[in-house]
Design a protein around this ligand. Structure first.
Ligand code: SAH
Length: 394
């Protein structure tokens, strides 16, 4: 039932919050809320400036520091209808831009104007993440499921629950599991490489779809002896294998390496997997005479918050310094950072420093970001997080 506009509670935001929204951002922090009378956890709210002028419609969270996430600059009275439109727009965007894969992000939260909602497609299995009180509501879930089913016909839809997120949003605990269908494992293909997928296991929603285009780019330059550090289930290593004489993947997670090995078999590739702490291994290898023609560094996010920035930069510097020392002249370094708090210029500065210390020259071949199905909205800087630099090292 559409609600009358007057039925929505109104939230007033401070001049600072108003400026942020006028600049195109969609978040208002709790400290910029002037009044929130009648707003219940996860409710749809009307947002106004401190004088009462309408700024749009948002979801309210009673517990997150991000108190409101805008869903429209207009008054929205029928959210399910808006949700259906937004899903259609998100699918149309992917249909026009995503190529050579049956695994991609269908909905990317703020970047698709659906804050708090992530949907990833792995062939016939869809993985869903709900990150806010607003998106957790039953009518939202029902509309989402029916729209995805009608438009894309998944065999099953699995919800992946991050207990920490539910705690932060003061939502009751829930288990990871199927919302629709029974199938939880499948095989997907990207850039003609096949991967096993188990919707109930693994990190993120299962694979690192945001690197898909970087895998393909990397494959163009890879050759000789290759080392894929922080290889997880072998994303880079499997793309390197057809072009390299020998590929070694390193990760500290045994379960990830087990899947990596299955993936190698699935693609009839010989790859050596080493379970190790990458920092220790790079320290040993760089001080011995091990040399490579291609090295990939794709560590986990070192800066989870702004406070971690300095330590993160030191971590990136150490890894890159060691990798640079180990590359043969004319070798290729593929180095990534998925920390939002480390900007592209921070990252390039770290690389420049590492090159000076290693007495090597870096020529930038490509400075890349996340795959197109993880769109970056220019006015929402938080939507851009992945950096992938491909460099010629001499
Ligand atoms: N390159 C991968 C994604 C890497 S995610 C891909 O394209 O799919 C980061 C990986 O780093 C995870 O698999 C995690 O298990 C691993 N990891 C985290 N800390 C590590 C450490 N100290 N040494 C080695 N691996 C580590």
């Amino acid at each position: 039932m559409p609600k009358e506009p007057s039925a929505l509670p109104t939230i007033k935001v401070s001049p600072r919050g108003t400026t942020r929204l006028k600049e195109g951002h969609v978040w208002v922090y709790r400290s910029d809320i002037v009044s929130a009378d009648g707003a219940t956890p996860g409710s749809l709210v009307c947002v106004s400036d401190h004088r009462g002028k309408l700024l749009g419609t948002a979801f309210y969270s009673s517990s997150s520091q991000i108190a409101i996430r805008m869903i429209s600059p207009d008054l929205v009275t029928d959210f399910p209808a808006l949700l259906r439109q937004r899903i259609a727009a998100a699918i149309a965007y992917r249909e026009s831009l995503v190529r050579n894969t049956d695994a991609y992000r269908v909905i990317f939260s703020e970047a698709d104007f659906l804050p708090g909602l992530i949907v990833d497609r792995y062939a016939d299995i869809f993985s869903l993440q709900i990150l806010t009180q607003g998106m957790d509501a039953d009518p939202v879930r029902q509309t989402l499921l029916s729209e995805l089913t009608t438009r894309l016909q998944p065999t099953s839809v699995i919800e992946r629950v991050d207990p920490r997120v539910r705690e932060l949003e003061a939502l009751p605990p829930r288990a990871t599991g199927p919302l629709q269908g029974q199938k939880t494992a499948t095989t997907f293909t990207m850039n003609d490489v096949q991967f096993r997928y188990d919707a109930q296991e693994g990190q993120k929603t299962g694979a690192f779809l945001d690197q898909r285009e970087n895998y393909a780019a990397t494959a163009q330059y890879a050759r000789g002896d290759a080392l894929d550090v922080f290889c997880y289930q072998g994303g880079f290593a499997l793309h390197l294998a057809p072009h390299c004489s020998h590929v070694t993947g390193v990760d500290s997670s045994r379960p990830a390496l087990e899947v990596a090995d299955q993936n190698a078999a699935l693609n009839s590739r010989e790859i050596e997997w080493i379970e190790a702490n990458a920092f220790d291994l790079l320290k040993d290898y760089s001080s011995s005479d091990r040399r490579y023609d291609t090295i990939v560094l794709d560590p986990p996010a070192f800066a989870k918050s702004k406070r971690d920035l300095d330590a993160a930069l030191r971590g990136y510097k150490e890894l890159n310094l060691r990798a640079l020392k180990m590359l043969r002249t004319g070798g290729t370094l593929i180095t990534c950072s998925c920390s939002y708090h480390v900007s592209q210029s921070n990252f390039l500065e770290v690389l420049a420093d590492a090159a000076l210390d290693a007495h090597r020259t870096i020529r930038l071949i490509e400075v890349r970001g996340q795959a197109k199905d993880h769109p970056v909205l220019l006015n929402i800087p938080e939507t851009a997080y992945l950096k992938c630099v491909i460099a010629y090292v001499s």
